[in-house]
Ligand binder design. Structure first.
Ligand code: SF4
Ligand code: SF4
Length: 289
């Protein structure tokens, strides 16, 4: 299975619009949105949900009233002030440390694994599988939920005889990004020619190197700062990362998104759409079925 993950090191670089166009141009693949905190690829893929799965994660303590003797030991032991005067545990404050469980003389504490989010398995108008998820507000197990969406997508791809998966990675370089890139075939890094763009590119490239993952780069809005674009290309050359394409700035991309379309669908004749087609052809030729 060839898994291509599109990442950016930071949000706002045009990553999802690149993924949306690649999703139109590369056929016979499954797709995954690994941004479980703010999934938005669904807005352009127009999917139909065919299955919804609950995602349970973490541990929260609960006091069994019938067994509790109101001795107060658990409240004294809880460093997170999660236990109220009348011995009710606030699930938001509870860190699941287990102190109340171990010190309770009446064995009145038990642990629950609460619902932390939902995973949606979908079908797209092209008949390809698409998986995304939503983490409930305040939940922190995004890395595990990312693993769940990737596993679901891989199973769907295998059952349909598809050998490619296109992954929209979350922004940043944290835990969900690590869960999104591990074990993939290529990290496709979208960057912009700004000082912070170069910095973010370096950070995500370092992460890909750490996981021994081949990386390639797309420079978005490459014409807004030619000197910076030149610096990015020098950095890529020095670090063995091919630049798969340079996308010109194009305001039609925002309009395409407003209409729920990828720019290659909305305006296929624009230079940016041509550049995206060339990028997709390179990816298809590298990751032939
Ligand atoms: S330590 Fe156990 S018995 Fe004592 S108040 Fe807490 S839950 Fe109740
Ligand atoms: S598990 Fe830890 S954080 Fe949660 S209520 Fe018990 S002592 Fe407090």
């Amino acid at each position: 299975m060839k898994e291509i993950v599109v990442v950016s090191g930071k949000g706002g670089t045009g990553k999802t619009s690149v993924v949306a166009s690649l999703a139109c141009l590369i056929d016979r693949k499954a797709m995954v949105d690994c941004d479980v905190d703010a999934a938005n690829l669904a807005l352009v893929l127009n999917p139909r949900i065919i299955e919804e799965k609950e995602f349970a994660a973490g541990k929260k303590a609960r006091i069994i009233n019938e067994k509790c003797t109101d001795c107060g030991i658990c409240r004294d032991m809880c460093r997170f002030d999660a236990i109220s005067e009348d011995f009710i545990i606030d699930p938001v404050s509870c860190e699941g440390c287990g102190a109340c469980f171990f010190y309770c003389p009446a064995s009145a504490v038990e642990f629950e694994t609460p619902l932390a989010g939902h995973c949606y398995i979908c079908d797209t108008p092209a008949g390809e599988p698409f998986v995304y998820a939503e983490l409930l507000p305040g939940e922190e197990n995004s890395g595990k939920l990312v693993t769940m969406v990737r596993t679901e997508a891989r199973e769907r791809a295998e059952s349909m005889g598809l050998s490619r998966i296109l992954i929209d990675g979350p922004p940043g370089i944290g835990c969900p990004v690590i869960s999104s890139i591990t074990g993939t075939s290529l990290a496709l890094i979208v960057t912009e020619p700004t000082a912070s763009g170069i910095h973010d590119l370096e950070r995500i490239a370092q992460l890909a190197r750490h996981f021994s993952l081949p990386a390639a780069v797309i420079i978005n809005k490459s014409d807004i700062n030619p000197a910076c674009t030149e610096s990015i290309e020098q950095y890529c050359n020095a670090n063995n990362m091919p630049v798969l394409g340079r996308l010109p700035y194009e305001k039609a991309i925002s309009e395409a998104q407003r209409q729920g379309k990828a720019v290659v669908e909305y305006a296929p004749d624009l230079p940016v759409s041509k550049a995206l087609r060339e990028i997709s052809e390179q990816i298809i030729s590298i990751y032939k079925e």
